[in-house]
Design a protein around this ligand. Structure first.
Ligand code: NI
Length: 169
């Protein structure tokens, strides 16, 4: 396993659209292991392959308190969304230190392959539902700050670039 560097907003590579995984093989399983290690190390609850500069439809999630219930979603699709939505305070490993409200479905049903290539259907609500929607956005090249007003987004962009400049000094 290896820790993978996480792309930071506004890196343009975060806006690439991920391609479907053709076959869940040893390469994909190694990617999943690395992504899980990276997510746990970064203390995140979800990570999309896009964020580690791999543009294939792979997501790892763990919303459990104990950090011992990894969920792997390969080629995820939403097969049902609740008629109701709510505003949820979100953050992202690619936008460190920024939290803001995004409107999300209260519940979703997602169909995806697991790390063995077996189809699973996940019925999610609360934090897991939000997390699935947030990570699936990443696979479409969308970062949560893009739901915010242009003013807020520009402010965040400026702040991120400044932090990145200071870090690279
Ligand atoms: Ni994120």
């Amino acid at each position: 396993m290896a820790y993978l560097p996480i792309l930071c907003y506004p890196d343009p590579r975060l806006h690439k659209v991920a391609q479907p995984v053709q076959v869940v093989d040893a390469r994909i399983r190694a990617l999943v292991s690395d992504m899980l290690e990276t997510m746990y190390e970064a203390k995140g609850i979800g990570l999309a392959a896009t964020q580690v500069n791999v543009h294939e439809r792979v997501i790892v999630i763990d919303v459990s308190e104990e950090r011992d219930q990894p969920l792997v979603l390969i080629n995820p699709e939403l097969v049902w969304t609740s008629p109701t939505t709510h505003l949820n305070e979100e953050g992202c490993l690619s936008v460190p230190g920024i939290y803001d409200g995004v409107e999300r479905f209260d519940a979703v049903h997602a169909r995806a392959l697991d790390r063995h290539g077996v189809v699973q259907t996940i019925e999610a609500d609360e934090l897991l539902a939000v997390c699935i929607q947030h990570e699936m956005d990443h696979l479409m090249g969308k970062v949560f700050v893009e739901y915010l007003s242009p003013l807020k987004r520009n402010r965040i962009k400026t702040k991120m670039l400044k932090a990145q400049r200071e870090e690279s000094r």
